[in-house]
Design a protein around this ligand. Structure first.
Ligand SMILES: [Ca+2]
Ligand SMILES: [Ca+2]
Length: 225
């Protein structure tokens, strides 16, 4: 825990130059900028107030990272996912969630929105040939070494603004990049999907997902780490 707090402090320091000018100009609050929030406590209702409720395809309620019953969703790696008819194509964007991973051997998508028509690029958190890969906004995938031990819960945050992308795992900033507008032409899907790739037919996640949030800002969510 101390380890995470240390890195969170570093993360705050690193982000302060981004957040502070933004807040001063817009006076946005975190809640104002929340576009989607799925606590996934027995349903896929959107608690952001925007009504972006998800549709659950075969995923089942399970325990969360604290052991609370029916407080996350389990995806069995074979035909389970959650989707909704909504896109989150923002220049300033934060996508976060918790994922419980059993195995990264098979290619799997946890959080995904990917189409070439998106102005601000595809985003994804996924496993590919044993690596962890993330994409905050269209740039080439950021590759992270495989987890040392599995299974495990991991918090991921993918953040972009007009000039910079930020990638966090468990509160640790591991990469900053330059976001672009790239996305896929084949089987594009402008809508956000959880637990499967953009086709909604392939690369199903084998694990659990909890506390998915999308914000229209480049703030990191302190209460989720
Ligand atoms: Ca939950
Ligand atoms: Ca299944």
């Amino acid at each position: 825990m101390l380890h995470h707090r240390f890195y969170l402090g570093l993360a705050l320091l690193a982000l302060s130059c981004v957040i502070l000018p933004y807040q001063a100009q817009s006076q946005f609050t975190l809640q104002d900028s929340m576009q989607l929030h799925y606590p996934l406590d027995g349903n896929a209702l959107d608690e952001s107030g925007n009504g972006f409720d998800g549709t659950i395809w075969k995923a089942v309620p399970t325990t969360d990272r604290y052991g609370n019953d029916s407080s996350a969703y389990d995806f069995d790696g074979a035909g389970d996912w959650i989707d909704l008819d909504e896109t989150f194509d923002y220049q300033e964007r934060t996508v976060t969630g918790w994922a419980y991973t059993r195995d990264t051997t098979d290619d799997q998508f946890i959080l995904n929105q990917d189409a070439a028509s998106l102005t601000y690029g595809a985003f994804a958190y996924r496993y590919d040939e044993g690596d962890i890969k993330a994409n905050a906004g269209g740039e080439g995938a950021v590759v992270i070494s495989p987890f040392d031990t599995l299974p495990r819960w991991t918090h991921v945050a993918m953040i972009r603004n007009a000039t910079t992308s930020f990638y966090y795992l468990d509160g640790e900033l591991f990469y900053t990049g330059t976001p672009s507008g790239n996305g896929s032409f084949s089987f594009p899907n402008v809508n956000f999907v959880i637990g499967v790739d953009r086709t909604e037919m392939n690369r199903f996640f084998n694990g659990k997902v909890d506390d998915v949030r999308i914000l229209r800002s480049s703030q990191i969510l302190l209460d989720t780490i």
